[in-house]
Design a protein around this ligand. Structure first.
Ligand code: ZN
Length: 286
């Protein structure tokens, strides 16, 4: 297994664990139905790789959501990955965006990372202060999670890839070794993912180290939108608003921002939605 997978590994002689992510088909699917400019696509690809890497490190069933809200051309970016490695994400950019790189794009942004394991979600927020998403995430790991980490992220239209190296808790690492790993991680390019990557790339990057590579896990593009969720949105919108929209357009069309799936509701659907509510109300016994 190579593309659309995450390969975990550890160093035999250093207290460091790592993971390499390689997204290809899922990454191209994510860009379908969107017309992202180059800087936005690169940032979204970085976010996809990073979110997958964080998700694979979760030791419980749940999901992680990475969100960027900024004052630059990038209004919003959302990337979600479950612990089963189902990934989806999208970005909203100002219509007349001119940003050429991450700093111009993100402006004075904050990045929020929400880890949802079913009970109370945990959220860490980090300012986008470096030149890249990866340096902001390193800051997040250091400050919010107290796990010193190196993060390298690459993306082009075809592939998104990344590398996460984390110090193992409770063990100390020689500073020169840690800096050396940083320099090696920084050599990662999108060209490294032109082929199979995976185990070969890990061994190439860390040729001087004894590395133990574990079985890869596959990553899929998977949107969790559903008819029920869209119906809930219409119910929240209310009967009056829904009927007004119906009157204007003949039907209500709802397009999922993540996967592009279109769902339409005609007069019969809308009547059904709101008649359900009426029946469930006074007649139901708690
Ligand atoms: Zn969807």
């Amino acid at each position: 297994m190579s593309a659309d997978s995450i390969t975990p590994f550890t160093f035999e002689s250093l207290p460091v664990r790592g993971a390499l992510i390689h997204l290809s088909r899922s990454w191209r699917r994510m860009q379908r139905n969107h017309d992202y400019d180059q800087a936005t696509a690169e940032t979204l690809g970085h976010a996809a790789a990073a979110t997958g890497l964080i998700a694979q490190s979760l030791k419980f069933d749940g999901a992680i959501t990475l969100q960027i809200h900024g004052s630059g051309d990038l209004k919003m970016l959302v990337m979600q990955c479950t612990s089963d490695l189902d990934l989806r994400g999208m970005a909203v950019v100002e219509p007349d965006a001119t940003a050429n790189n991450f700093v111009e794009l993100a402006g004075n942004a904050h990045c929020a990372i929400t880890i949802d394991a079913g009970e109370r979600p945990y959220q860490g927020i980090v300012a986008i202060d470096g030149e890249s998403l990866s340096s902001s995430l390193e800051h997040y790991f250091e400050k919010s999670v107290q796990v010193p980490s190196h993060v390298a992220l690459v993306a082009n239209e075809q592939v998104a890839g990344g590398l996460l190296l984390q110090q193992m808790p409770g063990l100390t690492i020689d500073e020169d070794d840690w800096n050396r790993l940083h320099i090696l991680a920084e050599t990662l390019t999108s060209g490294d993912f032109a082929g199979d990557a995976g185990i070969d790339l890990i061994r190439k990057l860390f040729a001087e180290d004894d590395v133990r590579v574990f079985r890869s896990r596959s990553v899929d593009f998977c949107c969790r939108c559903s008819n029920e969720k869209v119906e809930d949105i219409l119910k929240m919108l209310g009967q009056k608003e829904s009927r007004a929209a119906l009157k204007d357009q003949g039907e209500i069309e709802v397009v999922c921002e993540y996967c592009g799936r279109r769902r339409s509701f005609d007069a019969v659907d809308v009547s059904r939605l709101f008649s359900d509510n009426v029946v469930a109300g006074p007649d139901s016994v708690q």
